[in-house]
Design a protein around this ligand. Sequence first.
Ligand code: IPE
Ligand code: IPE
Ligand code: MG
Length: 248
Amino acid sequence: MSDMPQTEQTSEVPRHVAIIMDGNGRWASARGLPRLEGHRRGVEALRRTVRAAGDLGIGYLTIYSFSSENWSRPQAEITDLMGLLRRFIRNDLADLHKSGVRVRVIGERDGLAPDIARLLTEAEELTAGNTGLTLIVAFNYGSRQEIARATRRLLDEVTAGRIDPAQIAPETIGRFLDAPDVPDPDLIVRTSGEQRLSNFLMWQAAYSELVFMPVFWPDFDRAALEQAIAEYHRRERRFGGLVARTGS
Ligand code: IPE
Ligand code: IPE
Ligand code: MG
């Protein structure tokens, strides 16, 4: 609609939203339910959020689904979480594909159960040509581990003589991260009231706006996402300069 007034920068949705989906266990405990029930309801919240993000025109949605440190949980809970991931991909992949969602996965692939590794690859390959929302699943992901992987890849290039160590800049390191072409998150949301990154996107978060919400993840919905975006729009992004830029 070319005769419509130009949308103001301040009303634009953030291009990349990343979410630390936290509080499933506490949601369940508060109701006298097993933690697994919280995780199940968390998957439903994820479905709602992916739909809402697509509708709102967000370009990239990164979700923290299992951290490198989550292996320290009881084996029974790990088994439950792996089962939910398998079921999510098996049940939802066709729908995501139909909606034009492109699925990508960041995190360590080595050492995963072979069927899970295959499902992740299948999701990426099936949806590789889609041009709608890019859904980046951070699975078996830790930011320090990602930076260590990037360092190993970078050093291979140095050893092969293709990169001069004297020329290594932040952008050089960025090129070796798990999803180097994805723009840094504009907005990082964490649910459950905790106010920390827990090893999530620490490199990419250099200038992200952080929004911490008191809601447990299973209760997250479109309204909560819109609330986080509204808070983002109230922020002034300066990127180290003097000219304030409202979140865009
Ligand atoms: C988030 O919920 C899901 C994962 C970390 C896999 P939690 O399981 O961390 O729930 P709380 O933080 O114990 O309530
Ligand atoms: C971060 O939540 C990881 C995910 C949401 C997948 P945690 O519940 O594992 O984080 P901590 O232990 O409270 O920092
Ligand atoms: Mg937690």
